[in-house]
Design a protein around this ligand. Structure first.
Ligand SMILES: [Zn+2]
Length: 303
């Protein structure tokens, strides 16, 4: 099974396909933003042979797309806003947790016989010591599938990546960890992805910068995230690994408003099965089925 295919799913919160202009930090960054220099009505030039599937985040439901229902949709393949009748902000409620508990991508892969499934993000001791009352869609999905959380011990040993992959926020909070360049974080992420059939990594500072309408933070965060993605792609064997990047709703691509946008989001794909992803994905509910097809299809070929 050493040549079995694998998927790395990079989830970036609050990244839509916007228009060029002073409101869009991706336009300011230019090539430094690659692969995020994607604009409405333009054919993007993606590095490493990447392809774009513009992806509807509105899902046929009135209002602005939101995090809890969008993330639940990405992670389950269920149209969560349609199930709820509205777009749910922030953290999943009981109804969304039930959808995740029954249908998360982790569980669907397990049922399909795909072992070696992991969430690459590290959690701080605070999460284990004083469990927060509200937890994210990803945390809910990890728990429901009985996966273990990576810790700061894993991070120090080069086996995990923090949500702020430079470790800057951890260091500012007094944790004894080393600062990482985006390339050093990519080294770890690529290694975790190479050791697993399915790896998820979550990044959400993009959404924070969008809500804060903080251009300086947005430029810094997006340039660093672009470096992380490019360096991860450079380190992976793309004949074996398919990398999928998607978002739950637009936000940081339009700093003229503090709200989420109605823009489509970019689903990007690289590697062996990139065309399967491009063909299958046109709204957020297609991400999980596309990944299942990629891993199932390739498993069948290898059998
Ligand atoms: Zn979000």
């Amino acid at each position: 099974m050493s040549h079995a295919s694998s998927v790395l799913l990079l989830f970036v919160d609050g990244l839509g396909i916007g228009t060029r202009g002073a409101h869009n930090p991706l336009a300011r960054l230019g090539a430094e933003a690659s692969p995020f220099d994607i604009f409405d009505g333009e054919e993007p030039a993606l590095p490493f042979g990447g392809v774009l599937a513009p992806t509807d985040a509105r899902l046929g439901v009135e209002g602005r797309p939101q995090s809890a229902s969008g993330q639940t949709t990405i992670l389950t393949g269920t149209n969560a806003p349609a199930a709820l009748g509205y777009h749910k902000q922030g953290f999943p409620n009981e109804e969304l947790r039930e959808i995740i508990n029954a249908h998360s991508i982790f569980l669907q892969l397990k049922r399909a016989g795909v072992e070696e499934i992991t969430f690459a993000n590290a959690y701080t001791p605070r999460f284990f010591n004083a469990r927060p009352r509200w937890v994210s869609a990803t945390t809910t999905a990890v728990e429901a599938a009985g996966l273990s959380f990576r810790t700061l011990e894993d991070l120090r040993a080069g086996r995990a990546v923090y949500q702020d992959f430079t470790n800057g926020m951890l260091i500012a909070s007094g944790f004894d960890v080393e600062q990482r360049t985006p390339e050093e974080a990519a080294e770890v992420l690529a290694r975790v992805a190479a050791e697993n059939r399915f790896t998820l990594y979550e990044y959400f500072l993009t959404d924070r910068a969008g809500h804060a309408q903080d251009e300086e933070a947005a430029l810094r965060i997006l340039a660093n995230l672009a470096r992380l993605v490019r360096a991860t792609l450079a380190r992976l064997d793309l004949s074996r690994t398919t990398v999928v990047l998607t978002s739950d709703h637009g936000n940081v691509e339009d700093l003229s408003t503090r709200s989420h946008t109605l823009n489509p989001v970019p689903t990007l794909a690289w590697g062996a099965a990139r065309e399967t992803v491009r063909r299958r994905v046109s709204d957020l509910s297609h991400v999980t089925p596309a990944i299942l097809e990629v891993l199932g299809e390739r498993a069948a070929q290898n059998a």
